[in-house]
Design a binder for this molecule. Structure first.
Ligand SMILES: C[S@@+](CC[C@H](N)C(=O)[O-])C[C@H]1O[C@@H](n2cnc3c(N)ncnc32)[C@H](O)[C@@H]1O
Ligand code: SF4
Length: 553
């Protein structure tokens, strides 16, 4: 990240935390409505029903190159540009140029697409222009269901689009490709099949999005017919469980608010009963630019802060209307135009503020990428490659033969920070250690495991990780937490019960015997825990072993 972006990120974080009316010099995230028209007529999509998208409303159908030049000041601060709104971005003949402009300016480029217009040539051009991530929307695992929802689409063409993107990724290293599925009563039973489809296509991740209700008669009626509440919680849970099993079997990551927590499957009901623990950050961090040049803060909100065709961006971003809007956000619920977001549980907190995503730091790796570990090196199971880690830092792995704790050292970058004999648990060939790292700076680091005294890289293994310290009072827990079980002479060593906000978690225990003593480590899988601030409590034999405040992500 260059200095200007970094300074702006810091200023924006401070403005958001302090609720000032003025934010930094520009947005961290920019959404650009490159197309306000579509080649499909999906049943749930507002573009087909919203008056503002009808030809009579006079909204330009495409974002023009002339208007795009007005985005230049925002490209200096934006960490990520999303080149889509309502409509299909591939309909804009200038899309590749826009990708290239955002990417060359130093911003990441992401967008959603229905992929029906993507062939190998366009996929390659998008990759070469610098597209970082593409989400393909597929709402059914069978042609019949998919085509009944995505009216006008052809299932095979969408699948061919995904294959072309995956092939581009294999050739050029980008874009990353995932799939998004809007969960509805009529397609939900195909969720396990969606996982298999993703696995077959080589897509690593499937996101299940709740259906939105919007203040439009047709869409509200559609919501009433199609929200998951219609199926009932038991049927929803059964399908989710089957999908989770497929996810584990295939390795396709399943992400969804439904998976994370046992929420009311009528997501609007759930959202209305829940107060988010954060204040929406969009007014400080994001802009949504319509094809008519209006600057708004998100796609579900109608408030316009001015037009780029009439004013320079700088006059809009910290101008009176934006400041009024931020002031209204400081207090409670925010302006009434935010109702759509509240109803749909979309009150957003930018990943760059409560940051647990690695992308704001450019990888450390340059020309010095370490060699692949040799076959006899220990294997790291956790953290995952490029994973996000917190303090304490959990490390889990195994070695080919029985491991000896004092012989295995953990290094962060160039420094040995512990050995498994000191802090860890070695159970046969498996090991786990939870390393306190109060000295570690946020950002990208290289985690190493090496046999003591081994020549550089021989028998070493490594992970590139991103370290975050969300705040002083909470530790960050992403995916896995380790609770050390203290030494005792009582055999056999029992397993502690571990709760996150009183919900009992599955636990795996590693045990190590040293002389007459035995100690252990309880591994808590958090991949399906709901995100947010929680209390992790571990109990053993009626005593509290550990109680800590964690931010689960
Ligand atoms: C409006 S589309 C625009 C991009 C592109 N045309 C596509 O289909 O991906 C953006 C995303 O919104 C999703 N979407 C559309 N209508 C929705 C609704 N009522 N509830 C939730 N998501 C919706 C789509 O599935 C898609 O992933
Ligand atoms: S393809 Fe995307 S923009 Fe087009 S109708 Fe479907 S969801 Fe809406």
């Amino acid at each position: 990240m260059d200095e200007q972006r970094w300074n702006n990120l810091c200023a924006t974080r401070t403005a958001y935390e302090d609720s000032t009316e003025e934010s930094g010099t520009g947005p961290l995230e920019m959404f650009v409505e490159v197309s306000a028209q579509c080649n499909l007529r999906c049943r749930m999509c507002a573009i087909n029903f919203d008056r503002r998208y009808r030809p009579a409303a006079g909204r330009p159908t495409l974002f023009t190159p002339e208007l795009f030049t007005k985005l230049t000041p925002m490209l200096r601060t934006a960490l990520r540009c999303y080149l889509f709104g309502l409509g299909e971005p591939l309909l804009n003949p200038n899309l590749v140029d826009y990708v290239s402009a955002c990417s060359s300016a130093g911003s990441e480029v992401w967008f959603n697409t229905n992929a029906t217009l993507i062939d190998q040539t366009i996929a390659n051009r998008l990759a070469l222009a610098g597209t970082d991530a593409i989400t393909v929307s597929i709402d059914g695992a069978t042609a019949e269901t998919y085509e009944s929802i995505r009216r006008g689409a052809n299932f095979e063409r969408a699948v061919a689009g995904v294959r072309a993107l995956i092939e581009a990724n294999e050739r050029f290293g980008r874009p990353s490709v995932d799939v998004s599925f809007v969960a509805m009563a009529s397609n939900f039973k195909e969720l396990p099949g969606m996982i298999d489809l993703c696995a077959e296509l080589g897509v690593g991740s499937l996101h299940v999005e709740p259906l939105y209700s919007q203040r439009e008669e047709h869409l509200e009626a559609h919501y009433a017919r199609e929200n998951l509440g219609v199926l009932g919680p038991d049927a929803v849970d059964r399908t989710l469980d089957a999908a989770i099993l497929r996810s584990r079997a295939t390795g396709v990551r399943l992400t969804s608010r439904f998976v994370a927590e046992h929420v009311d499957p009528d997501y609007v009901q759930h959202s209305l009963s829940e107060q988010p623990w954060w204040r929406c950050s969009e007014p400080w961090t994001a802009v949504w630019i319509t094809s008519a040049g209006e600057v708004r803060c998100c796609c579900l909100n109608d408030t316009s802060f001015g037009s780029l065709l009439e004013q320079p961006f700088e006059a809009i971003w910290n101008g009176d209307l934006f400041r009024d809007f931020r002031r209204a956000q400081q207090h409670g619920q925010g302006p009434s135009s935010c109702a759509n977001c509240r109803v749909n549980g979309r009150v957003r907190c930018s990943p760059y503020l409560r940051a647990v995503e690695p992308m704001i730091y450019r990888p450390l790796l340059g020309p010095d990428i370490p060699p692949k570990p040799d076959d006899d090196a220990p294997q790291l199971e956790w953290p995952p490659p490029d994973g996000v880690v917190g303090d304490p830092l959990p490390v889990v792995g195994h070695s080919r033969a029985r491991a000896h704790g004092h012989d295995l050292q953990v290094m962060i970058d160039h420094t040995v920070v512990t050995d498994l004999g000191r802090h860890g648990v070695v159970d046969g060939s498996r090991f786990a250690v939870s390393i306190p790292v109060p000295y570690l700076t946020e950002g990208a680091h290289m985690l190493w495991l090496r046999p003591r005294g081994a020549l550089e890289h021989h028998g070493w293994c490594h992970r590139h990780v991103h370290f975050w310290r969300p705040d002083a009072n909470r530790s960050l827990a992403v995916g896995l937490a380790i609770v050390p079980i203290p030494r005792t002479r009582i055999l056999p060593l029992r397993s502690p019960t571990i709760e996150i906000d009183r919900a009992r978690q599955p636990v795996r225990v590693l045990r190590e015997r040293r002389g007459l003593d035995v100690h252990g480590a309880a591994l808590v899988d958090l991949r399906e825990a709901s995100p947010g601030p929680k209390v992790l409590t571990a109990r053993m034999g009626g005593k509290i072993l550990e109680a800590r405040r964690v931010l689960v992500r």
